[in-house]
Design a protein around this ligand. Structure first.
Ligand code: CP
Length: 324
């Protein structure tokens, strides 16, 4: 059984295949009928133990566009609140005959446990686990960068060699940062992390990236600047940075954005805390790809589901007009 647990498990060729397949899937969204029969008769469960807007909805949209039968499970309102374990929940799903489980969980390692425990036969896709990994977010971010910095057609078959990506903010609690560092390194990009010293993880010197504490000096050398949310829900209140001090040193406002090269983009995985890590002026500017990242998330998740479950069928059957 094949799973997607960590961005670190992907080779350069795996990642480029997913990005190229996502470009094929994006063409489906341009059609009047946005549906493919690829996963007809297959059942996918979205198993969300933590809150989500973008990931949950875009997985559901991707599954429906591939004609899968979709079951949505959220921990709130389920028997998890009565103390049911992950194992018993998984075995309940297995009894219903599911083909894939998309799981978001507050505990780092929960998707790995599900994939390797023998509790279920289904493919497991990690939709974010604790502070560990969020591989489909890294893939949709790489897809967005490739489209914007290389080109939609020119990017096919290409990686992100030589692109300079700066990731800014609460790296300590960010599965998005970890996944992006792994994937961007695999794709040949140069990554710099910028964070307050208190929000840098132990062992970061072993990650394949540079570390800086000075945002202003990195901006002019960046092709993309990715802002991260300060994850207060994962912090002890005593360690909260003050909003004013944080945004003064690590927030992206119009003056700072003006220091970036003209072609450079601003990214954010969402949800954004406007005023803290990013001003409304920057979030709403044309250089900010936040909404584009959400749309690209559907294509990436279609590609991942297709490659894990779709067998040998061609991803997209093109009409003659499209082939010309
Ligand atoms: N980027 C992201 O994972 O957003 P959600 O928490 O809304 O899914």
């Amino acid at each position: 059984q094949r799973h997607l647990i960590s961005a670190a498990d992907l080779t350069r060729d795996d990642a480029v295949l997913i990005l190229d397949t996502a470009e094929e899937m994006a063409r489906v969204a341009d059609r009047p009928i946005k549906k493919l029969p690829t996963l007809r008769g297959r059942t996918v469960v979205n198993l969300f133990f933590e809150d989500s807007t973008r990931t949950r909805i875009s997985f559901e949209a991707a599954e429906k566009r591939l004609s899968a039968d979709v079951i949505n499970f959220t921990a709130k309102g389920s028997s998890v609140s009565k103390g049911e374990s992950l194992k018993d929940t998984a075995q309940t799903l297995e009894a219903m005959g599911v083909d894939a489980v998309v799981i978001r969980h507050g505990a780092s390692g929960a998707p790995y446990r599900l994939a390797t425990s023998g509790w279920i036969d289904a493919a497991v896709i990690n939709a974010g686990d604790g502070t560990h990994q969020h591989p489909t977010q890294a893939l949709l971010d790489a897809f967005t960068m490739r489209r914007r910095l290389v080109g939609r057609d020119a990017g096919i078959g290409q990686d992100l060699s030589g692109k300079r990506i700066t990731i800014v903010g609460d790296v300590l609690h960010s599965r998005v940062a970890r996944s992006n560092v792994d994937l961007l390194h695999t794709l040949g990009a140069e990554v710099t992390l910028v964070a307050p010293p208190t929000l840098v993880p132990v062992g970061v010197e072993n990650w394949p990236c540079e570390i800086s504490y000075d945002l202003d000096s990195t901006l002019s050398k960046s092709d993309a600047v990715m802002m991260l949310r300060v994850q207060r829900e994962r912090m002890n209140a005593a360690f909260f940075p003050t909003e004013r001090e944080y945004s003064r040193r690590y927030g992206l406002d119009g003056d700072r954005m003006a220091k970036m090269p003209e072609h450079a983009i601003v990214m954010h995985p969402g949800p954004m805390v406007r005023g803290m890590e990013i001003t409304a002026e920057v979030a709403d500017s044309e250089r900010c790809t936040v909404v584009e990242q959400v749309a690209n998330g559907v294509s990436i998740r279609m590609a991942v589901l297709y490659l894990l479950l779709g067998g040998n069928e061609p991803a997209v059957t093109h009409t003659r007009t499209e082939e010309k």
